[in-house]
Design a protein around this ligand. Structure first.
Ligand code: HEC
Ligand code: HEC
Length: 434
């Protein structure tokens, strides 16, 4: 081998190595975060400016509703500050590796960007982490609404074996009880020492400060005609008419709702149900789970295949099989992937799902789901409207995420089925006996 050709080849190899993507992938902040080593919990985010309480000085802020859901005493600044600290506290988990913020990262609009969440020891759950922005307004917490208050909610992940894995709330408390800072902060906030109920109240108080409005859409509604573009304006019209979104993403069907885009209700919209044999699962749930056993339901929802039964786990009513809570749509551009199981990557996939009226063989499909016959430009318009619900803190992230989803949607539309979207509503099969 002559020296020159060897040098040329070396140069080629080196040049290729420099062009090739780095092997250690870094979190770019948009899309799915990099995969984790087996057995490893996701990295714990640090509290930055995005973790801070939001001011009520936001266009679109629902003052009356907020006064209705928050009692002024719970929002004492000392409680909120303590709650923020606890929200980032990994010692509340069994091995000191996972905090609330692990799955509700403020930099990702209080989600984790994964289809389903990963907790202690890298355990992979069954459900997608919802945003905590505006969760203070939820009438029910969790996709199946198994609790109603933020205090009740906060207790469950701390002890869930796939999330934070503490043996009990007392166990979690015991790991911070000797900490001088916490002793001072609990006394300041509640007038007594470190204890479980006050810990949960403080976390809930902090969550009640996470209001998120002031989006381009809010400015448009407030009278700034150019705050959103024409496509988003057409999307808002479609949302309330042909696309039928208002049937669930609004408090009433008679009046346009510009606040939270939810109905405080549960529906089976056909997500994932075709992949599961729900009848045997429903029978198993009836056998194995005592109705009203909250820790049992929490374990089933996060760690087992009974998770797909949704609201049925809570109510045991046949019509609630695979029903999930209608989520609010604020900041939805930056809280993907979508649906209770994180099964859809882009808002175009979500639109394709609704457009074809998915769930043909689902006997419990909500009667309001049917083919929509939306054209491609109309789908783009609804997505543009949804993107206009992004609050200003997430504008830069939203722009990058919109570009990412747009690019992805050009090469991959796994949910698109134009023939069905423009076809008749399929006949629903009768519900089988349980
Ligand atoms: C391992 C990931 C993980 C951790 C840790 C975690 N969560 Fe969650 N959180 C989730 C998932 C997943 C859901 C949805 C579960 C379901 O609906 O069954 C959820 C749901 C919620 C909800 C309900 C929101 C809604 O719209 O229904 C709130 C509130 C919440 N979490 C707050 C917290 C708090 C507070 C902590 C810490 C005490 C915490 N989470 C820890 C993953 C996590
Ligand atoms: C029959 C009631 C119903 C109708 C009609 C409806 N939705 Fe939904 N929507 C829901 C429910 C329930 C979920 C959660 C379902 C699940 O996760 O399985 C949901 C979830 C979503 C999500 C995912 C949000 C997230 O955080 O993962 C988006 C986006 C969405 N809907 C937008 C729309 C749009 C746009 C329309 C109109 C084209 C629409 N919806 C029509 C009830 C409805």
């Amino acid at each position: 081998m002559r020296a020159t050709s060897l040098a040329v080849r070396l140069l080629l190899v080196l040049g290729w190595a420099m062009l090739a993507p780095p092997t250690v992938s870094e979190d770019t902040g948009v899309g799915t975060p990099p995969p984790l080593a087996p057995g490893q919990a996701p990295p714990l985010p640090k509290p930055g400016p995005l973790a801070g309480p939001r001011s009520s000085n936001q266009v679109g802020f629902p003052t009356v509703l907020t006064q209705y859901v928050i009692s002024p005493t719970t929002l004492k600044p000392a409680r909120v500050a303590l709650g923020l600290k606890l929200f980032f506290e990994p010692r509340l988990s069994g091995d000191g590796s996972v905090a609330c913020a692990t799955c509700h990262d403020p930099a990702r609009a209080f989600t984790d960007g994964r289809p389903v969440s990963v907790g202690i020891h890298g355990r992979v759950g069954q459900r997608n982490a919802p945003t905590l922005l505006n969760a203070l307004y939820n009438r029910h917490q969790f996709w199946d609404g198994r609790v109603t208050t933020l205090e009740q909610q906060a207790a469950l992940p701390i002890t869930n074996s796939f999330e934070m894995g503490s043996a009990s709330i007392g166990d979690a408390v015991s790991r911070i009880a000797d900490d001088k800072d916490y002793q001072t902060q609990f006394t300041r906030a509640f007038g007594r020492g470190v204890n479980g109920p006050d810990m949960l109240s403080a976390i809930a108080a902090y969550e009640r400060t996470l209001t998120s409005f002031d989006s381009p859409f809010d400015h448009f509604i407030a009278g700034e005609a150019n705050a959103i573009n024409d496509s988003a304006k057409r999307g808002w019209e479609l949302f309330n008419t042909k696309a039928r979104c208002y049937l669930c993403h609004a408090l009433t069907e008679n009046q346009r709702d510009v606040t939270l885009f939810l109905d405080n209700d549960f529906h089976n919209i056909g997500v994932g149900i075709l992949r599961h044999h729900v009848v045997p699962l429903a029978r198993r749930a009836a056998r194995e789970l005592t109705q009203g056993d909250l820790p049992g339901i929490d374990t089933a929802a996060i760690t087992s295949d009974l998770s797909v039964l949704g609201r049925f786990l809570v109510t045991r009513k046949q019509e609630d099989i695979a029903s999930f809570k209608t989520p609010g749509l604020r900041n939805v551009l930056v809280t993907g992937p979508y649906f209770h199981d994180g099964s859809m990557q882009t808002l175009w996939d979500v639109m394709d799902h609704y457009n074809k009226g998915d769930g043909i063989t689902d006997p419990w499909l909500d009667k309001d789901i049917k083919p929509l016959a939306l054209t491609e430009p109309e789908i783009d318009d609804v997505v543009a409207f949804l993107a206009s619900l992004t609050s200003p803190q997430y504008k830069a992230l939203g722009d990058r995420e919109y570009a990412r989803q747009r690019t992805l949607s050009k090469v991959s539309r796994p949910q698109r089925d134009t023939a069905r979207a423009f076809g008749p509503k399929p006949r629903q099969p009768p519900a089988p006996p349980l």
